[in-house]
Design a protein around this ligand. Structure first.
Ligand code: FAD
Ligand code: NAP
Ligand code: SF4
Length: 676
């Protein structure tokens, strides 16, 4: 019988030789676990938890077919296959009806090794080495290695392989003239340029036989100037279908392109219509992806005919049980991926293990088991910011009795400021999740209640968890109390008027967010696909080459002149997220925001902000100076509790304000709750 609310999502998909139980798959993500001691056991636990969570198919992180392909794990020998079987056995044991498919990733010129290879010796803008141009034997070797890798994957117990043919990795570099200048049968016309990816699929199919899932990840819109045209993408899709692909999965952008595709400023399901257009030209099922983070979005995408299957990658880090919760009508309990990239992609690109800001257990399942508490205790949490909320929910799930106190009128702490910033609309979801969990777990919530040590002593809790967060730092300088000086909280909440000419003191995440907020006008591009396309110069409808229009981005902006300042030398914005910082910087530059380092602040007066810039006196003639100069821990309550000899622990900003973010606040809180 069809599912009442999500009939399309929960319909099986017949692939002929096998079937998928529903239309949601977990997309490929690099975890870094392949590279560490005991990593395969951790990957097994990570995927098994998602398999139990109801997903129809899991795609692993990318595995290299040979040394020159780079990447983390490699699979080319039976010994390596034996390690992979730890993963396949765990997933099949956890849920026999869930398919597990291994992604084969040949990074080509992005492989990060001097042995890297490509169709032509052209260094990528983001590559470390000039790749070695493949000769005829080299091409033959790569083709054989792909097929061998897939054969080993089958031996390891995988239900299929996905071959990534996009992102600036090897297969995609054959497809465009910018990286393929060959004049033999592997270059020149598009027919020749697509020969290598098509041959990879043909050889792989030949190697693994017909009863094995073979997914090709196509560069559906590469976002490159002079990239693939819409017609070429369709031609490639039809050719890989004919060569033996079971499913085609759409992938958007090359890593070097300058269009955000998964950051929180990208609207939900923004790219699905591109998949839908290709889908009209092939018979095999198609997967769409990118910013599909809730079941209603998946159902809409399927209902619009944009795809046969929906890939959710990061949302499965955020909540392993997402699919089961949707099936059981418990969507309001989903811990939604907010597309921040802070603990997943930013970690990958800085060599750290992947996890998740809203769910620090992701990829740490074996290290952070959730077990019922040995003794039930009465715990008070002071502060309903991310740290306090995460502690309370995790501790209540283990059986403790919880009371949360917050001075504010709503839960969320600083997330109530963050959610007001255009592009951070998803932060509402985290607050919805916590709200529902407080209700479900019977946590006692006392809002509008500023507590002190006397009140807590009288309440008689067994222990107090102090999550009182931070107070904004107020620099000690003349004029800091001048009417032109505005603390960031007042600016964000609109408690003080902001003039037309503005200097922002401090270029951390909050300085950038404040600049975004005060220069914003019109609809937020994060929730409006046409606005997003105009702001980033993308055309989903006509699919010009690469999908990019080449037009000057059209950005609606407030009539304000803004300058962001920092004391340290160099360009502001270096502390922003590795994979998202550039989008924030670029969109502010496009709004005319100026940025300056090497500033010494002298005073604020009726004329504006007086400073030295690289030692030279300078007056910023502004109407407002917004202070975003970092944070200090709010520890008065903790000190008072300790002074009275009461049992108390500190978490989040209250513990350490330097380099505090929600990732650290939630991780610290979760670890403490699991140990309490
Ligand atoms: P807080 O969020 O500060 O919460 C502390 C709570 O304690 C408050 O609700 C306060 O009312 C309450 N409280 C304090 N004293 C008492 C008392 N005596 N009695 C009762 N209640 C009390 N982080 C990211 O990781 N990514 C982002 O993109 C991001 N964007 C941000 C954007 C903005 C505009 C801002 C302001 C912050 C952003 N942050 C971001 C930072 C993030 O919100 C903080 O790191 C996080 O909220 C810290 O959590 P916390 O629980 O320690 O403290
Ligand atoms: P921050 O990143 O530490 O930045 C504080 C800024 O203030 C810096 O530019 C610092 O640089 C300046 N500063 C420090 N002391 C100062 C002083 N005494 N006088 C003048 N300037 C001073 O902190 P934040 O912007 O307040 O953000 C708080 C946390 O929230 C951050 O750690 C961040 O991770 C998180 N956050 C993240 C995002 C995100 O998108 N990921 C967004 C918002 C916030 P100089 O010393 O060089 O001037
Ligand atoms: Fe999503 Fe952020 Fe978690 Fe990554 S870290 S999975 S983007 S919520």
């Amino acid at each position: 019988m069809a599912h009442a609310k999500y009939p399309l999502t929960f319909s099986p998909l017949d692939l002929g030789f096998t079937s998928l139980k529903n239309r949601i798959l977990m997309g490929s993500m690099h975890t870094g676990l392949e590279d560490i001691e005991g990593g395969f056991e951790r990957i097994a636990a990570f995927f098994a938890e998602r398999a139990r969570g109801g997903v129809g198919m899991i795609i692993t992180g990318g595995i290299a077919p040979n040394h020159e392909a780079g990447g983390g794990g490699k699979l080319s020998t039976p010994q390596e296959a034996a390690q992979h079987s730890i993963v396949t056995e765990a997933v099949h044991a956890a849920a026999p009806d869930v398919k597990i498919v291994m992604q084969i990733l040949h990074a080509g010129p992005l492989a990060g090794t001097p042995a890297c290879v490509a169709p032509s010796a052209i260094r990528s803008r983001i590559g470390r080495f000039v790749p070695n141009e493949l000769d005829a034997d080299g091409i033959e070797k790569q083709l054989a290695d792909f097929a061998n890798c897939a054969v080993q994957a089958k031996a390891a117990g995988y239900d299929g392989v996905e071959i990534i043919g996009s992102a600036g990795y090897l297969l995609s570099t054959f497809l465009v003239e910018k990286t393929n200048t060959r004049t033999d049968e592997w270059g020149g016309s598009f027919e020749n340029r697509m020969r290598f990816p098509v041959e990879v699929i043909r050889r792989t199919r030949e190697g693994v036989g017909n009863d094995f899932i073979l997914i090709f990840r196509i560069p559906a819109m590469d976002m490159l100037e002079g990239g693939m045209s819409g017609e070429e993408v369709i031609q490639l899709a039809q050719a890989v279908e004919a060569a033996g692909a079971t499913i085609i999965s759409t992938h958007f952008t090359w890593h070097e392109a300058q269009v955000p595709t998964i950051a929180t400023m990208v609207p939900r399901a923004a790219f699905a219509e591109v998949t839908g257009r290709i889908r009209k030209y092939v018979r095999v099922p198609m997967i769409t992806s990118n910013r599909i983070n809730m079941p209603d979005v998946a159902e809409q995408v399927l209902g619009a005919g944009h795809a046969d299957l929906v890939s959710m990658a990061r949302p499965m880090l955020a909540d392993a049980d997402l699919v089961n919760k949707a099936f059981e009508g418990r969507e309001d309990e989903i811990n939604t991926c907010i597309a921040c990239n802070q603990a997943c992609l930013d970690h990958t690109f800085t060599g750290k293990l992947t996890s998740c800001l809203v769910n620090p257990r992701a990829c740490n399942e074996t290290l952070m088991p959730v077990v019922p508490a040995a003794t039930q205790r009465d715990l008070a949490v002071v502060g309903a910011g991310p740290a306090g909320l995460a502690f309370a929910v995790e501790a209540a799930q283990r059986g403790h009795k919880l009371t949360i106190y917050d001075a504010g009128a709503e839960i969320g702490g600083q997330f109530n400021l963050a959610k007001r910033v255009p592009g951070k609309e998803e932060f509402h979801e985290t607050l919805r999740y916590f709200s529902r969990m407080i209700e479900k777990l019977g946590i006692s919530l006392k809002l509008n209640t500023r507590v002190d040590a006397d009140m807590l002593a009288a309440a008689g809790h067994d222990e107090v968890i102090v999550a009182t967060g931070i107070r904004p730092r107020t620099p000690d300088m003349p004029g800091i109390d001048h009417p032109k000086a505005v603390p960031y909280i007042d600016a964000i909440l609109g408690r003080k008027p902001i003039g037309r000419r503005v200097a922002i003191m401090g270029a951390g995440g909050i300085g950038f967010d404040v600049a975004t907020l005060i220069t914003h006008a019109g609809p937020s591009a994060a929730v409006d696909i046409p606005t997003f396309c105009r702001e980033w110069g993308v055309d989903f409808v006509n699919h010009p080459r690469g999908g990019v229009t080449g037009l000057v981005p059209q950005i609606e902006k407030a009539d304000r002149e803004v300058v962001i300042l920092q004391r340290r030398d160099g360009a502001p914005g270096k502390s922003l997220g590795r994979t998202t910082g550039w989008t924030h910087r670029l969109s502010l530059v496009r709004r005319g925001v100026k940025m300056m380092g090497g500033v010494t602040y002298l005073k604020i007066d009726d004329d504006g902000l007086h400073a030295l810039v690289n030692g030279e006196p300078r007056l910023f003639e502004v109407d407002s100076v917004i202070i975003c100069a970092g944070q200090e821990p709010e520890r008065a309550l903790y000190d008072a509790l300790v002074a009275r000899g009461m049992k108390a622990k500190l978490i989040g900003g209250a513990s350490e304000a330097t380099e505090l973010d929600a990732k650290r606040a939630i991780a610290e809180a979760t670890e403490l709750a699991l140990a309490s």
